[in-house]
Design a protein around this ligand. Structure first.
Ligand code: FAD
Length: 524
């Protein structure tokens, strides 16, 4: 594996412009980079923090067509996303799996209504269907969802959708991009767009680790900066139409006892018309999400009181128990980049993606969903090729296996370890040489010391947060346990990256400060 220092040296020595330069290492940027590299274009990607640090590690973890867009009669969005869902399962079976959902029905009229809608959802997925939907009795509904309140329950509708680990999928895309010969670097920010004769021909970049500034030349720049895409457009030209509306979504993570079975709960319409999920994930239960318009984008968005109230009220309503602060193991929020449209509410704005080409040739891609990342990358690279007059090369991502692909990903793996797919034997071998690497980082978490070493050696982890938030999912699953595990992680990482004691102390302190924001301490 090439070290970060070697990647920076190669970037500095590059004389020929790159074919395609991607700014942003979330689902959209990584998807575009894989699309470009798999077609043979010389591609580089820069991410100013860590891969998937933004929205792409903060999703509801669904690989889905979006049942609620059916109600908006947006069949194209749903059908396209269902097709992508099918390809994600085929190309990354170690990261995506079929998940049963049940919609509880508290009125007799809602049974045929949602039963019909979910049958249409199943049929739209065609031969890439995950399974049949069916109407359940009240008794079977409660057997599937043992934690649910049974009063007034008339039955339920079972349907299938996909579930995944978003940040792990992003890391697998990074590895796929590297396997294809692409160059990616984290903690390097695009601070300016270089122009020649009014055309975007590169970026000015700043390395966050040592503060150095350098230029990267390219034939075309792709802006995949999520909710920050508008800032990048502004670097290119100071005056432009407002592009994005930003909406925040928050999740709570609760103990598995709230939803002890393997079936997820879907509430299609809460009292105020939202969709709410409770989903089993890595041994815990995720509940979310909300949809609150926000004025400013932040790298670490924090839950609003209104969101916490909404989640607490609805958990109490459906599970009959209001969780205390100690039962809420983690709270996290993400920001949706939605393409603006007049005075329309954020919850009504389209989840479809948009590609804009600036007069300079800067290609901006925004909107969309995790599930449609491949399609977004496909459309973006087609436009980028036109802008840069690159030779036409057909796409091959529809059937491209994602790094770690394995025919039988779960055969000998624990639920968590299956995310490593075909890399798992190599990961486990680390502790054959050093049995200390076999120890769990925390008794409440499934992660071992060897995962820290692996993420530094093979997955470009640079900080304690990279390891505990996105290489493992400790911070998202149990923030207090992640905080307790952090000193050990800092020591292993400092040794692995050959860092000083001062670095270890500072990086640990930074993590602890940020991690506090994931602990629920009641409403302020
Ligand atoms: C609460 C919530 C729940 C969701 N749930 C689902 C779901 O269940 N299923 C689904 O399919 N979709 C879901 N989505 C949508 C999905 O998560 C997003 O569409 C997707 O993650 C957006 O990815 P992105 O790459 O565009 O943005 P991001 O992941 O935010 O990536 C943009 C990246 O650009 C980087 N960047 C910004 N400026 C610069 C710069 N100047 N230089 C270098 N790098 C820069 C940022 O650091 C960031 O890492 C959800 C969204 C939200 C908010």
């Amino acid at each position: 594996m090439t070290t970060r220092a070697e990647i920076l040296r190669q970037l500095g020595q590059q004389v020929e412009p790159w074919d395609i330069l991607v700014i942003g290492g979330g689902a959209t940027g990584l998807g575009a980079a894989v699309e470009a590299a798999s077609r043979g274009y010389r591609t580089v990607l820069v991410e100013r923090f860590d891969f998937a640090k933004g929205t792409s590690s903060r999703s509801t973890k669904l690989v889905h067509g979006g049942v609620r867009y059916l109600e908006q009669l947006n069949f194209t969005l749903v059908t396209d996303a269902l097709r992508e869902r099918g390809h994600m399962l085929r190309n990354a079976p170690h990261l995506v799996h079929d998940q049963q959902f049940v919609v509880p029905a508290y009125s007799l009229a809602s049974l045929p209504y949602y039963g019909f809608g979910l049958k249409v959802y199943e049929l739209l997925s065609g031969r890439l269907s995950f399974g049949h939907s069916e109407i359940l009795s009240a008794k079977t509904t409660l057997e599937k969802l043992p934690g649910l309140i049974g009063d007034g329950l008339r039955g339920g509708i079972l349907y299938h959708d996909g579930q995944f680990d978003d940040a792990r999928y992003a890391i697998a895309l990074l590895r796929t991009f590297q396997d294809l010969g692409g160059t990616a670097i984290n903690y390097v920010e695009a601070t300016g767009i270089l122009q020649s004769n009014g055309k975007a021909v590169g970026i000015q970049a700043r390395d966050h680790e040592d503060g150095s500034v350098f230029d990267l030349q390219t034939k075309v720049v792709v802006n995949a900066c999520g909710v920050f895409a508008e800032d990048t457009v502004s670097m290119d030209r100071s005056e432009h139409e407002p592009l994005l509306a930003v909406s925040q979504g928050t999740h709570f993570v609760l103990p598995r006892s709230f939803l002890p079975g393997n079936t997820a709960l879907m509430i299609p319409k809460t009292a105020d018309g939202r969709v709410l999920f409770a989903i089993p994930w890595h041994g815990a239960t995720i509940v979310g999400t909300t949809d609150e318009p926000v004025d400013r984008s932040s790298t670490e968005p924090r839950a609003l009181n209104s969101e916490k109230d909404f989640l607490l009220d609805h958990i109490t309503r459906y599970f009959g128990h209001r969780p205390g602060p100690e039962e809420i193991m983690s709270v996290w929020s993400g920001l949706r980049p939605l393409v603006k449209k007049g005075g329309v509410k954020t919850s009504q704005l389209s989840r479809d993606h948009t590609i804009l080409v600036s007069p300079s040739g800067l290609v901006t891609v925004t909107g969309g969903k995790w599930t449609t990342y491949r399609r977004m990358g496909f459309d973006t690279i087609n436009r980028a090729c036109q802008v840069a007059s690159l030779p036409k090369i057909p796409s091959r991502t529809l059937d491209l296996k994602i790094h770690g692909w394995s025919a039988d990903p779960t055969s000998s793996a624990s639920e968590w370890e299956s995310v490593y797919g075909s890399d798992l034997p190599m990961l486990r071998a680390l502790s054959n040489d050093d049995s200390e690497l076999d120890i769990l980082l925390h008794p409440r978490l499934p992660f071992r010391a060897r995962e820290v070493v692996w993420s530094a050696r093979h997955e470009m982890a640079r900080t304690v947060e990279d390891v505990l938030a996105r290489r493992t999912r400790a911070l998202f699953l149990d923030a207090r346990a992640a905080i307790e595990a952090a000193p050990v992680v800092a020591s292993i990482l400092a040794k692995e990256l050959n860092r000083s004691e001062a670095w270890r102390t500072r990086d640990l302190a930074d993590f602890l400060e940020n991690a506090k924001g994931y602990i629920f301490e009641g409403n302020s």
